[in-house]
Design a protein around this ligand. Structure first.
Ligand SMILES: [Zn+2]
Length: 315
């Protein structure tokens, strides 16, 4: 029925409209553009395709699930005493996140903590709605709470609704530990993408085998010489303190500033995980990729700072 209405529109409105409608009507007809990777497509050619973005939840480790839309990660950590959500996506995807938590086999009301990696709307925009249904504590660093508060003071951009506002709740600090049941996350401040960018170290389990996991809250520099310089020192600190991490977990399926040399950080390794045979390594346990990424990001950031100093326009 829908399709007939839309086909009638095609006749009236012409070919270009037809293509746009078909892309929006059905995610199945859409896909990566030529030369574009799958994860890349969520932030690239399909970034505005709502249905395409609604990917099913993925169990990555015993205690870690991907419950986001395609473009921005939302990670669910299951513990012995409830759930921890890392980031929330933004409208119009928050109901999808909530549905994904349920589809993964959990009750969204059991979310006890919502940890926000950066005060950018694509990461915190669902926090108010999810807090309202779960009564979870919402936590981020002081610097990122300030960004969140500023976002509600400035008008929303068209197509980027602010959603239900989240009020300042729990203020994290470098060195804090967030504990729920037998699960603990260590909090680090690694600025450069935002002035805070809390990052989290925790343990994931693959059929009971533990691996050290790390989420870098802001994996791409912003804000010219100042942000670039902060980011460079965050990268160097990560190399020194977290270079041995076994399972790097990322806030986007595709890291636009410094892409993985293997493509995306979520959907490509998840496809390998789905095909994994007994005895194969877990595709998210990839320290070599992590080290290569840190080297690439460091070299890129040195160039970014040079460009910013020289007056070359930078993001
Ligand atoms: Zn951001």
């Amino acid at each position: 029925m829908h399709m007939m209405v839309r086909l009638a529109l095609v006749v009236v409105s012409g070919v270009l409209i037809a293509v746009l409608l078909l892309t929006n009507v059905s995610g199945q007809t859409a896909g990566p553009a030529p030369g574009e990777g799958l994860s890349e497509s969520y932030r690239g050619s399909q970034s505005g395709n709502l249905e395409y973005q609604k990917v099913p939840p993925i169990k990555i480790f015993d205690n870690l699930y991907y419950v986001g839309p395609g473009s921005v990660s939302v990670w669910l950590i299951s513990t012995s005493d409830g759930l921890i959500l890392i980031d929330t996506a933004q409208e119009p995807y928050v109901d999808h996140v909530i549905d994904s938590v349920e589809q993964a086999g959990f009750d969204p009301a059991d979310i006890k903590y919502i940890l926000i990696t950066q005060g950018h709307l694509d990461h915190f925009g669902g926090a108010g709605k999810i807090q309202a249904l779960s009564d979870a504590r919402v936590a981020t660093l002081e610097e990122d709470w300030m960004l969140i508060e500023e976002a509600y003071l400035s008008p929303a951009r068209p197509g980027r609704p602010l959603g239900i506002p989240v009020k300042r709740d729990m203020v994290l600090q470098e060195g804090d530990t967030v504990t729920l049941g037998t699960t603990s996350l260590s909090v680090y401040k690694l600025p450069g993408h935002t002035p805070g960018s809390p990052s989290f170290e925790f343990t994931v389990y693959d059929d009971g085998t533990p691996y050290s996991a790390f989420i870098f809250g802001g994996p791409g520099q912003r804000n010219g010489v100042e942000g670039g310089t902060q980011f460079l020192s965050s990268l160097r600190r990560i190399k020194a303190e977290f270079g041995d991490i076994e399972a790097p977990i990322h806030v986007h399926s595709y890291l636009r500033t410094y892409p993985y040399d293997s493509g995306g950080t979520v959907f490509e390794p998840a496809a390998m995980l789905a095909e994994r045979k007994t005895g194969d390594p877990h595709p998210f346990v990839d320290n070599a990729q992590w080290r290569r990424w840190l080297d690439t990001a460091e070299a890129g950031t040195i160039k970014y700072i040079e460009d910013a100093r020289a007056g070359v326009p930078v993001r």
